[in-house]
Ligand binder design. Structure first.
Ligand code: GDP
Length: 310
């Protein structure tokens, strides 16, 4: 409830937990959590399941076993325990990583299982694909309104800004900060040619609330503005916003990951034709301001000796 996505859900309508209170990999802990919810004065209308072990291309390649095990356990436990405790409505988070590597573009909700995922994140991808299967199966057997969303690369406040394991935008913001403050070169991974689609966590918050209340289909729904941008262009934006004047280096020993994963947002556009996605530049500016103002307490910055970081 307090991570990049969970922090979007605020106010008296929500009861939230963090992984510190309930380790969702433990079936008993998940059951205790749902049992405790029965004694809350408010009625439980639904569950927004945002918990996951996530990371960027670095984290996904380094912790393959953990990314598989943690996500399989978390999803299996949460979805099953929600069912056991009579939760009728649930939203689960997938990712555009779930899609096959070799598939005809653009990616639509129908193409999730049409081939193996990219080698850089297959444990995460298969774990999330199993959540899609669990949800479809539970809909069919138990008639529950459980569904999944497929966001593209989410960024925003309360992200994990860890340089080695975080996603590209928070990692780049953190690295650019260090490079600027310590007057060192900024090193970017890969070639800069891969294309990504980014979505602001605030947009994800609004769209997810809509999905919880209004969406009821077997198939997941892609959440994206479907605008691709290259890593190189994103680096240029960050450098400009952060007023970095130093040298930029490209480290070709680091992975490029999947070249692109262009999504088809026809479905969400059909339901919400007037939805205004936050422009990337605007969202980046806000995220960077927040990051700089909260550097000491931001996730992924603790114990960072910026003058000795390589
Ligand atoms: P992905 O979308 O699942 O591949 O995950 P990321 O959010 O980690 O994005 C990875 C893309 O950004 C790859 O093309 C990387 O080469 C590129 N990239 C450039 N610099 C960095 C960096 O410092 N960290 C990360 N995670 N990716 C970077």
């Amino acid at each position: 409830g307090y991570g990049l996505v969970g922090s979007q859900f605020t106010g008296d309508d929500y009861i939230k937990y963090s992984s510190k209170t309930y380790d969702l990999r433990e079936t008993n802990r998940v059951d205790s959590m749902f049992k405790k919810l029965r004694y809350e004065p408010m009625q439980l209308d639904g569950v927004i399941h945002t918990a996951a072990k996530v990371g960027g291309v670095g984290g996904n390649m380094k912790y393959k076993g953990e990314f598989f095990y943690d996500n399989v356990m978390i999803n299996t436990n949460v979805i099953e325990s929600a069912r056991k405790h009579n939760v009728k409505n649930l939203v689960c988070f997938l990712s555009t990583c779930v899609f096959p590597d070799d598939v005809e573009y653009p990616l639509t909700e129908k193409k999730i299982h049409l081939g193996p995922p990219h080698f850089s994140n297959y444990p995460y991808a298969y774990a999330k694909r199993m959540a899609d299967i669990q949800i479809r199966a539970y809909r069919e057997q138990y008639g529950l309104n459980y569904k999944s969303v497929i966001p593209t690369n989410i960024y925003g406040l309360n992200d994990n800004f860890d340089i080695e394991n975080g996603h590209v935008l928070p990692s780049l913001i953190h690295k650019c900060y260090i490079a600027r403050e310590a007057k060192r070169p900024l090193t970017i991974w890969g070639s800069g040619t891969p294309l990504r689609e980014f979505i602001n966590s605030k947009d994800i918050g609004k769209l997810t609330e809509w999905v919880l209340e209004n969406y009821n289909e077997d198939e997941p729904i892609i959440l994206s503005n479907s605008e691709e941008i290259s890593i190189k262009e994103v680096v240029e934006m960050i450098i400009e916003i952060m007023n970095f004047k130093g040298e930029v280096k490209w480290d070709s020993d680091k992975p490029d990951g999947q070249h692109r994963k262009p999504s088809d947002n026809t479905k969400i556009k059909h339901y919400l034709p007037d939805f205004k996605f936050t422009p990337l530049y605007e969202g980046l500016k806000e995220t960077i301001t927040w990051f700089e103002n909260n550097y000491e307490s931001v996730r992924g910055t603790k114990c960072m000796d910026i003058y000795n970081y390589n």
